[in-house]
Design a protein around this ligand. Structure first.
Ligand code: FES
Length: 74
């Protein structure tokens, strides 16, 4: 996945532990299929768990995935 900025401002990416990537300052996100998704907010969350129904955006499903994995480890 890549992200683009049309203006010279910087893009920052923050990794959330067991959660999404927070991307600030991007104008566009391109997924692995090459589909460009316009970014309309200053900060967006990109799914890292592969379970989101709103891919490439995070829909919070990673919380369920993380909780299920924690239960299996008990
Ligand atoms: S990281 Fe949040 S749904 Fe995948």
């Amino acid at each position: 996945m890549t992200w683009r900025r049309r203006s010279p401002r910087s893009v920052t990416v923050t990794v959330c532990p067991d959660g999404p990537l927070l991307v600030r300052g991007a104008d566009e996100v391109v997924d692995e299929a090459g589909v460009a998704h316009e970014v309309r907010r200053p900060c967006v969350a990109l799914c890292r768990c592969g379970r989101s129904s709103l891919a490439p955006w995070c829909d919070g499903t990673h919380k369920v995935v993380t909780e299920e994995a924690a239960k299996r480890n008990w």
